[in-house]
Design a protein around this ligand. Structure first.
Ligand code: SF4
Length: 289
């Protein structure tokens, strides 16, 4: 396996950016204990900039990690029209990366269920998730790595808040509902702009994500532009929001199922203070009489 995938003439700035991304990926992995000794990590590759970046980060970290883990790249060929079937296998072979291409025609299912002109992503993602879970089980993968980054996490947070009245996002590490799969997001601490610059310099053979002909998810697009305006006017705002997602005070929100507001009681010391204060008051009042 070729663990050092670099562009032909890496510039100093590129190496700095790569170092930054590797550092942030390693930090997220350690922080959430994403990868453990002996793990078989199934790295989901769509052919977009994020998944290629994640793969090269994990390969670089595998080389220097104090633990042993294995990587297998998995692509789901969803049978979209004009999907370039050779790009990913060629990339994996060229770099000596173990891989598997899973072929399942989710495209026809999605097209038959969703009316023309509507966004098809939510059904498509659900189908894809089910297939990836099954694949992980079949190949003995202990972790499923997805390429979502910090901006994806913040956008999803607002999508769920605005359209679902719920404070939730994509967690860096997640146990599936049936408790049979663990999903990890090693790029959770990485910003999209850095990934974009890195992917451009790496000249990855990108597969466009609009082959399915789905309409853009307008709600996500609106949130993206809201966040980019905020970021432009107040640089660092997206980082602050991500920081807030990682630093929650349940007692200062309003979810009764997560914080026991009903049983809040004054501390015994304070009660004693109040009692003694009342006695003094009582004595003072009595003396005046
Ligand atoms: S853009 Fe197309 S392939 Fe991607 S999630 Fe949406 S429907 Fe699926």
């Amino acid at each position: 396996m070729n663990l050092e995938i670099l562009p032909p003439k890496p510039t100093r700035n590129f190496l700095k950016l790569r170092k930054k991304l590797i550092g942030l990926t390693g930090k997220a992995i350690m922080h959430f204990n994403m990868i453990e000794e002996g793990d078989q990590v199934m790295v989901c590759i769509s052919g977009g900039k994020d998944s290629y970046t994640m793969l090269t980060m994990l390969l670089a970290l595998k080389k220097k990690a104090p633990i042993h883990f294995d990587i297998i790249a998995v692509n789901l060929d969803q049978k979209q029209p004009n999907f370039p079937q050779d790009i990913l296998p060629n990339y994996f072979i060229d770099h000596g990366i173990p891989y598997e291409i899973v072929k399942e025609d989710t495209y026809s299912i999605v097209k038959s269920k969703i009316p023309e002109g509507k966004t098809t992503c939510s059904l498509c993602s659900r189908l894809r998730r089910g297939i990836l879970y099954k694949t992980a089980k079949r190949i003995g993968a202990t972790k499923i790595a997805l390429g979502h980054h910090k901006n994806d996490i913040v956008e999803t947070f607002f999508l769920n808040m605005f359209h679902g009245s719920k404070l939730k996002s994509m967690p860096p590490k997640l146990l599936s509902d049936d408790k049979k799969n663990i999903i990890i997001r090693p790029l959770s601490f990485c910003e999209e702009k850095d990934i974009k610059n890195y992917a451009n310099a790496m000249n990855f053979p990108i597969i466009p994500c609009d082959l399915c002909g789905s309409q853009k998810n307008l709600e996500r697009e609106n949130i993206k532009s809201m966040l980019s305006i905020w970021e432009k006017n107040n640089p660092g705002r997206v980082n602050n929001i991500f920081g807030a997602i990682s630093n929650i005070e349940l007692s200062h929100l309003a979810d009764k199922s997560l914080f026991d507001f009903e049983s809040l009681k004054l501390s015994d010391n304070l009660k004693k203070d109040i009692d003694s204060f009342s006695i003094i008051n009582f004595i003072n009042q009595s003396q005046k009489v």
